[in-house]
Design a protein around this ligand. Structure first.
Ligand SMILES: Nc1nc2c(ncn2[C@@H]2O[C@H](COP(=O)(O)OP(=O)(O)OP(=O)(O)O)[C@@H](O)[C@H]2O)c(=O)[nH]1
Length: 631
């Protein structure tokens, strides 16, 4: 049973609605969080589930709402049918007349963007009267027929009858049938040096487990390699000496022994410190020559190329060639092109799931559009895709860390860095610390990776290097807070934040241990750290090299944090508030991870790591990313 059904124009004017209650808020939320962001076609708000269809030909939106606990299999069909019926009943001309007669004069072709500003009309008193005036267009009869038909179809779907136990195959099974005859068992031949066990006599039949691991008969273990004799005159290899003193066999907690050892700066940190120190973060152009947009002349040339079917075609040229012009585009027209588009995006490292969703959103925009020329069609598809990707990459909110730090009434501003192992958390934390100090902050780096051997020393090395750069005048600008290994990271972070508060630090950067997204105990630990300390920002650090893995990593990090009680600062739906995308310098134009990561969280890419020096920190240039993806 549907709670409501509403048709409104993209200009924000309600044409038909089946309720007389305040649905404007929930419809506005749908517009803001789903339609404008082109996220998905289903949305829940309070107890309601909402689904929508866009009609690009008439610039209309069809929305149904129903109780989210219901499973209504007919909703998609209902939306399809009602959309067709509406198009059959009214022409574009009719609708223009209806809208104009309402005194609004809103043109049907107003963009969805306009509807944000205009969508206030949905919640304004004026729109309430529109809603209550219901059935601006006379469509109730058709609506009733289609709705009843769809409901009946759902009722008529035969439910499979349950089988009785006697009918099931399980009832035929006997204990005997579970014993496998020895002749039927084939044990895979071992690949490498396992010696086949000697079995003296084979029993007629043995239970499968016994057969697979015969008791008392073990394969011979491969012999240990004997140490090679050292040739005369050569020195034996020495055990590794760790940089900051001690042998590998020593206690790994060197924190007390090496405190303040400025001269021990490691080669990594020297390398990182070798660059200039930028006070501002530049925008990251993926590649300066990734020019996709062509001038009109070039477009015309392309057009001729397409028409004459020459072999030299751009990716887009060959795509568009297969599309029909001079008729309203249907999903069937678009599908082959969208499949190619999807493969192209995947080849650029966009996660498969996200590539599919992106193509769906392009299809939604294009379905029903009519174009007359190849040029028109080409720019239609290109614009739709570019628009979708830019929208994903453009942050929903303006995150200005420097401003937020200044605005915090009780410092410090706390940023937690999390992510899987080895993605560059500590290195990029150090780059961000450098940027913050250059911008006048006093930074406390908090060593909460109490797990990985060497993690604290790595941070200390960075702090030492940054001190050498920034504290030449004797003023204290950066320090490390650490309590050694094996301790509770949440408690260390809390102590550090208190210490920072009393010692005049403006920012705390909390480094956490790398962890795999499936490691539940470690994810719980991270959630505890975040829940107790309520950071201002939780940044997920991810490599730009990841493709499909990005969805899994980010999705599971976010879910684990939410499941363990963490709530995002800006949105309850995301515990992660931003992304640091590292190793961007290593990926050429395979920039798809940027799209995947922002799509999954809806959160901005705050920093991009582009190398191993302190200055290799940039901001994402969304347009450059989109160009690289379109190449
Ligand atoms: N090319 C390149 N290398 C980077 C970048 N950021 C970090 N790295 C390198 O990536 C490697 C791992 O960096 P770490 O900072 O140790 O990574 P981590 O995530 O802290 O590692 P764990 O603590 O083990 O989880 C180091 O060799 C860094 O120099 C980057 O933006 N570009």
């Amino acid at each position: 049973m549907l709670d409501f059904f509403v048709i409104f124009s993209k200009g924000g004017i309600v044409l038909f609605a089946t309720v007389n209650q305040a649905i404007s808020q929930v419809v506005n939320k749908l517009i803001k969080h789903v339609i404008l962001e082109e996220r998905r076609d289903e949305f829940t708000c309070d107890n309601l589930a909402l689904k929508y269809h866009l009609d690009n030909e008439f610039d209309l939106v069809f929305v149904v709402g129903y109780q989210k606990m219901l499973t209504l299999s007919y909703v998609d069909k209902f939306l399809d049918d009602i959309q067709l019926a509406f198009r059959d009943k009214f022409t574009d001309y009719d609708l223009r007349k209806i809208l104009k007669s309402k005194g609004n004069g809103q043109h049907l072709a107003s963009s969805l963007g306009d509807s944000v500003s205009n969508s206030s009309s949905l919640s304004s008193p004026e729109s309430s009267s529109l809603l209550s005036s219901l059935n601006l267009v006379d469509f109730y009869h058709e609506y009733k027929i289609i709705y009843t038909r769809c409901c009946k179809q759902q009722q008529n779907i035969p439910q499979p009858e349950m089988r009785s136990f006697q009918q099931s195959t399980k009832s035929q099974k006997t204990v005997k049938s579970m014993i496998i005859q020895s002749s039927k068992i084939s044990i895979p031949t071992p690949v490498a040096p396992i010696v086949a066990p000697k079995v003296e006599s084979k029993p007629e039949s043995v239970p499968i487990l016994a057969k697979l691991s015969p008791r008392g008969v073990r394969p011979e273990k491969p012999k240990k390699k004997e140490a090679k004799p050292i040739p005369k005159g050569k020195k034996a290899k020495e055990a590794r000496q760790w940089e900051l003193g001690g042998k590998s066999s020593d206690d790994l907690d060197f924190s007390k022994k090496t405190n303040g050892a400025v001269e021990n700066t490691s080669s990594i940190a020297k390398n990182i410190a070798s660059g200039d120190i930028g006070a501002t973060i530049e925008e990251c152009d993926v590649e300066p020559d990734l020019e996709f947009e062509c001038s009109d002349e070039e477009e015309e040339e392309d057009d001729v190329e397409i028409a004459s079917s020459t072999n030299k075609k751009s990716f887009f040229g060959s795509l568009i060639k297969s599309m029909s012009i001079n008729k309203a585009l249907t999903r069937a027209d678009l599908d082959p092109i969208l499949n190619q588009l999807r493969d192209h995006l995947i080849s650029k490292n966009v996660a498969a799931e996200i590539a599919t969703k992106l193509c769906d959103s392009v299809a939604t925009k294009l379905e029903g559009q009519t174009v007359n020329t190849w040029i028109g069609l080409k720019s239609f598809v290109r614009n739709a895709l570019e628009e979708s990707m830019l929208r994903i990459l453009s942050p929903n909110r303006n995150l200005n860390i420097l401003r937020d730090i200044r605005a915090k009434s009780v410092p410090p501003y706390v940023i937690v860095f999390c992510g899987v192992n080895g993605v560059g958390k500590s290195t990029n934390l150090a780059k961000i610390a450098n940027w913050l100090v250059v911008n006048g902050n006093k930074v406390l780096i908090v060593a909460c990776d109490t797990f990985r051997a060497g993690a604290i020393e790595q941070l200390r090395t960075h702090v030492t290097a940054l001190k050498t750069i920034h504290e030449r005048d004797g003023a204290k600008k950066i320090d490390l807070y650490e309590k050694g290994y094996g301790k509770d990271s949440a408690a260390i972070a809390m102590e550090a934040i208190n210490y920072a508060r009393t010692s005049g630090y403006t920012v705390c950067l909390v480094d956490t241990a790398g962890r795999m997204q499936d490691n539940e105990p470690l994810m719980k630990q991270l959630a505890k750290l975040i829940k107790i300390n309520e950071p201002d920002l939780t940044l997920f650090v991810g490599e730009a090299l990841v493709g499909n893995e990005a969805v899994d990593q980010l999705g599971k990090f976010n879910t684990a944090l939410l499941d363990n009680g963490c709530r995002g600062v800006t949105s309850n739906a995301s515990a992660i508030n931003g992304i640091v995308l590292t190793k961007f310098d290593t990926i050429d134009d395979q920039v798809g991870a940027a799209i995947s990561m922002t799509y999954i969280t809806g959160q901005p890419i705050v920093f991009v790591g582009v190398g191993q020096t302190y200055k290799d920190l940039k901001q994402l240039n969304a347009k450059a990313v989109v160009k690289a993806l379109m190449k």
